[in-house]
Design a protein around this ligand. Structure first.
Ligand SMILES: Nc1ncnc2c1ncn2[C@@H]1O[C@H](COP(=O)(O)OP(=O)(O)O)[C@@H](O)[C@H]1O
Ligand SMILES: [Mg+2]
Length: 324
């Protein structure tokens, strides 16, 4: 772990992404990527943090946490589904098998929570009782556990657009996926969520909800891509204090990106318009939460890579014969 003071001092050096080099750079909100031949992709995970469908700030060492934690989970779940990971030449970089991504993101939820427009609690608190095709009874409390995990798919939105909510039936009805593959994707997703929940429980955490992305490899086989069970793609709560805090109407102790969303909500932000400014301490505290999640889940110590990231990363790639 890195001390809070050091994290805060590193804020100006947080890794926002590499400068444009020889190879064409493509950018998502959090990752940049480069084509390595026809079958591989170099995924660079930056320290950018996205919330409300845009990049809102940077969190030192977050890129490394996501990259290494995802790799760890890939190893814990390889018996359930094949994944894209080939190698990790730098703490912030993965070399992966190139996939044709499926056009649907699979969100699995074990609890009713969340403040964003697609979140169950937000919809429920605004009066909806049929959400993503599921019927919800009256009287649910925020952060309550659902009788069983549910799948709430969304389309994979183009940059600048919000993801569109779908029911599990609409994924097939609207022609996003064929029934056979969607059934398999759902089955795998629930199995991954069960595995994730079990491992999280052993670490004293609750895996609240998460998002999976899948793709087809060149040979047509299904594989897990992107990231898995990270504090960006998932919510994690502390198991020990959960029950007591929910009964008292308090938020659970959390180890994920919801921390930032809640700070924005407290500052009056509801999802549209200009974002209020948050103090540096919020970004440093977010970094600590991510590192803590890494350490609790993996049972290992987080070994921070040296900063600034760019020079280190390029040197590590050069050692592998990769020049960007
Ligand atoms: N193995 C892969 N093959 C092809 N695309 C991938 C693979 N792994 C991840 N991706 C895609 O790379 C991008 C990762 O960048 P990210 O910043 O996470 O994007 P986003 O802003 O959409 O979340 C995503 O669009 C994801 O779908
Ligand atoms: Mg992403």
């Amino acid at each position: 772990m890195v001390e809070k003071n050091e994290i805060q001092a590193r804020l100006p050096q947080a890794f926002k992404g590499l400068a444009q080099g020889r190879l064409e750079k493509h950018s998502g909100k959090v990752r940049d990527w480069y084509s390595l031949g026809e079958e591989q992709r170099l995924l660079v995970t930056t320290d950018r943090l996205s919330a409300f469908d845009r990049v809102v700030g940077v969190v030192p060492w977050k890129g490394q946490v996501l990259n290494e934690l995802s790799a760890w989970w890939n190893r814990q779940s390889a018996d359930i589904v094949a994944n894209h990971l080939l190698s990790i030449p730098d703490p912030n970089v993965s070399v992966v098998k190139l996939a044709s991504p499926l056009p649907v993101e699979v969100i699995v939820r074990g609890y009713i929570t969340g403040v964003t427009s697609t979140a169950l609690w937000r919809r429920y608190s605004e009066g909806e009782r049929k959400i993503y095709g599921y019927s919800f009874p009256e009287g649910l409390k925020k952060n309550q556990r659902l009788p069983e995990p549910i799948i709430t798919p969304t389309t994979k939105a183009l940059p600048g657009f919000h993801d569109e909510r779908l029911t599990i039936a609409e994924v097939v009805e609207r022609g996003h996926l064929q029934r056979k593959i969607w059934d398999r994707v759902m089955e795998i997703s629930l199995a991954l969520f069960a595995r994730g929940s079990q491992i999280a429980a052993e670490a004293g955490l609750i895996l609240v909800d998460t998002k999976y992305e899948f793709g087809l490899a060149r040979d047509g086989s299904l594989m897990l891509i992107d990231e898995i069970h990270t504090p960006d793609s998932s919510r994690f709560w502390k198991a020990e204090s959960y029950q007591d805090r929910v009964e008292k109407g308090l938020e659970p102790e959390l180890f994920d990106k919801e921390f930032v969303r809640l700070r924005y909500a407290e500052a009056g932000y509801r999802g549209d318009g200009e974002l209020p400014l948050l103090p540096d301490s919020v970004w440093a505290e977010t970094a600590l939460l991510y590192q803590k999640a890494y350490e609790l889940l993996t049972g290992g110590t987080f070994k921070p890579g040296s900063y600034p990231v760019e020079s280190r990363l390029l040197a590590n790639l050069a050692r592998e014969g990769i020049e960007l």
